[in-house]
Each structure stands twice: as structure tokens, then as C-alpha cells.
Design a protein around this ligand. Structure first.
Ligand SMILES: Nc1ncnc2c1ncn2[C@@H]1O[C@H](COP(=O)(O)OP(=O)(O)OP(=O)(O)O)[C@@H](O)[C@H]1O
Length: 294
């Protein structure tokens, strides 16, 4: 199911060759996989009908890094995230202008298949949303509908559950309902379901906001580990989380549109996470990360 309009997908790496020990962002093992632009986002505006939700967004996403989108409620973080895999196409009235270049190819160009875009660029949502099916069938769902052979499914399911750090907890109950898992396990299952399609990029929209601190720490460790193989873009309200896991941070804020009394999201600053949290160049960023605003 490859789309000739998109650049070839990167081959996946056997996770068993990767260390299971997560390392802090920025200190990942050198393996020649870091570096390289995955997304070049240029002049992106997103509208819902006549309302401009975010405007003039420019930043890049680098391979095997975690990029965090932070900012106050309503500044357009989720809107922008959804524009990276054409998820906004599913919202009536939503429209994206500008360029979201994925390996140099605008995903909004004519002829690009949004289904293939979403296979390459997977998404994990705020609230874990397993299907009312078995653990196995949840993970096998995507590969099945993409025509993967029955004989290959068991390996894909095991591999994806291992990558999502869930295998040891569920290997003896793959036929049980996914709905019987804890919230944190369900979220890791949803991550396994996403990576079962071998995406290159995983978009995460506040993946820990419904989880307790222990389950959150587990997902944070997992994210850092997954970034060895995938490129991750995460929306988070939790500034400590952005500081702990991400390599780069984009800080968004809003500007008031005086005529309509609405607010449009703007990208204030994009930089290395360490810089955003220690020596940001914009006063609005400093006010936000120090808790004086937002
Ligand atoms: N489906 C939609 N239809 C119309 N307007 C929308 C829709 N989704 C979001 N918006 C509006 O777009 C703006 C940005 O919303 P978005 O959810 O992207 O912000 P956010 O920064 O992710 O917010 P939060 O942190 O509260 O989740 C807001 O003004 C919101 O009301």
C-alpha cells in the first residue's frame, strides 16, 4: 500500500537490537539515526470555517527527536498537531493553508493519499480508546485492514507490544478484552496499535493527561525509548513533562483579533527544550515557563 506521491518509508529497526534502558532526551546512543528533517512546516494557518485557529506557523521536526508543543489552552496545539497527519480533514469546515512538507513533499498536495499519510504518521489520543475487542485484535486491527497476511500477524502483535513495553504484562492474556486493562496499560496498548503499522512518526495529543503519576512516568520512559526508532511530536499541558522528555519545544500563545474578539494561536518560539526552559528569547515564553502567565 505505498503511495508513489510520498517519499519511501524508512525501514524499521528490530527493537530487540535496541537497549531497553531509556536514556534522557539528548543523550541517546549515537547510532547514526539522529538528525534529518522529517517535517518542514512553513507558513501554516489552520481554519475552522472562517475562524483562523492558528496562523503563520513555521518550525521543523527532526528525525528521532521528541518535539513538544506547549502553550495555554486554546492556542492551537492540538489543531496544529492534527494538521501534521491530515487528521483535520476529518473535521467538517477545517482547512489547512501553507506547507507541511514531510521529507520534502507537501502532504496537502493533490494526489497525496491521506490514508497513507496517517499510516506513516500515526496518532495517539488524550484518552486511551481501545476497541471493544481482545488485546490481540486491537493491535492486529490496522495490519489486518492493510492486508497483512494472517501468518505474519502474531509476530507483528508481539513486536508492537514489546515496543510499547506491554508484552510482559499481557502475553498470557492476549485473547482477553482490552477494556479490562488499566488506564495506563490501555494507553500503551493504543501506542502498540499505532506502531503496529510501522509509522515513522508518532503524534501524541496529551497522552498522559488521564493517567496517574506512575502510569505517566511509564509512558514518559516509553516515549524516550521509542524516539530511538520513531520521531515523536507531543502536545502536553505539563511543562515538566515537556522539559523531561523533549529535545525541542514549540511554545504557542494567542493573539486577540480585535474586530471579532476571537483569539488566534501563534508560535512564539521554537528552540532546544533546554533553551526554552532556561534562556528563552521571548518574554512571553519566559512568563509562561516560569508560571507568571497561562
Ligand atoms: N472542531 C473544531 N471546530 C471549531 N473550532 C475548533 C475545533 N477544534 C478546536 N477549535 C478551536 O480552535 C482553537 C484551538 O483549539 P485547540 O484545541 O487546537 O487548542 P489547544 O491549544 O490544543 O487547547 P487545549 O490545550 O485546551 O487542548 C480554539 O479556539 C478552539 O475553540
Amino acid at each position: 500500500m505505498s503511495d508513489p506521491a510520498l517519499p519511501a518509508a524508512r525501514p524499521t529497526v528490530d527493537p530487540r537490537r535496541l537497549s531497553a534502558v531509556p536514556q534522557p532526551a539528548g543523550q541517546r546512543a549515537p547510532g547514526g539515526t539522529q538528525g534529518g528533517t522529517v517535517f518542514d512546516i512553513k507558513g501554516v494557518d489552520v481554519f475552522y470555517g472562517d475562524f483562523k485557529a492558528v496562523k503563520e506557523v513555521n518550525f521543523t521536526v527532526t528525525r528521532n527527536e521528541i518535539t513538544a508543543l506547549i502553550g495555554p489552552s486554546g492556542c492551537g496545539k492540538s489543531t496544529l498537531l492534527r494538521s501534521l497527519n491530515r487528521m483535520n480533514d476529518l473535521i467538517p469546515g477545517a482547512r489547512v493553508e501553507g506547507t507541511v512538507a514531510y521529507h520534502g513533499k507537501n502532504i496537502y498536495d493533490q494526489g497525496v493519499d491521506p490514508v497513507e499519510v496517517r499510516r506513516r504518521i500515526g496518532m495517539v489520543f488524550q484518552k486511551a480508546n481501545p476497541f471493544p475487542k481482545s488485546i490481540f485484535d486491537n493491535v492486529a486491527y490496522g495490519p489486518r485492514i492493510h492486508g497483512v497476511k494472517r501468518t505474519e500477524l502474531a509476530d507483528i502483535v508481539e513486536d508492537s507490544l514489546r515496543k510499547a513495553a506491554l508484552w510482559d504484562e499481557v502475553k498470557d492474556k492476549l485473547k482477553q478484552s482490552a477494556l479490562a486493562l488499566s488506564g495506563g496499560q490501555q494507553q500503551r496498548l493504543c501506542i502498540a496499535r499505532t506502531i503496529a503499522l510501522s509509522p515513522e512518526v508518532v503524534l501524541m495529543d496529551e497522552p498522559c493527561s488521564a493517567l496517574d503519576p506512575i502510569a505517566t512516568a511509564r509512558i514518559e520512559e516509553l516515549m524516550v525509548d521509542l524516539a530511538r526508532q520513531f520521531t515523536i511530536v507531543i502536545v502536553t499541558h505539563n511543562m515538566q513533562q515537556a522539559a523531561r522528555v523533549s529535545d525541542k519545544t514549540a511554545f504557542f500563545s494567542t493573539e486577540v483579533n480585535e474586530l471579532s474578539d476571537t483569539r488566534t494561536g501563534v508560535l512564539v518560539e521554537f528552540d532546544d527544550t533546554q533553551r526554552i526552559f532556561t534562556t528563552p528569547s521571548d518574554e512571553r515564553t519566559e512568563n509562561y515557563v516560569t508560571g507568571r502567565f497561562g
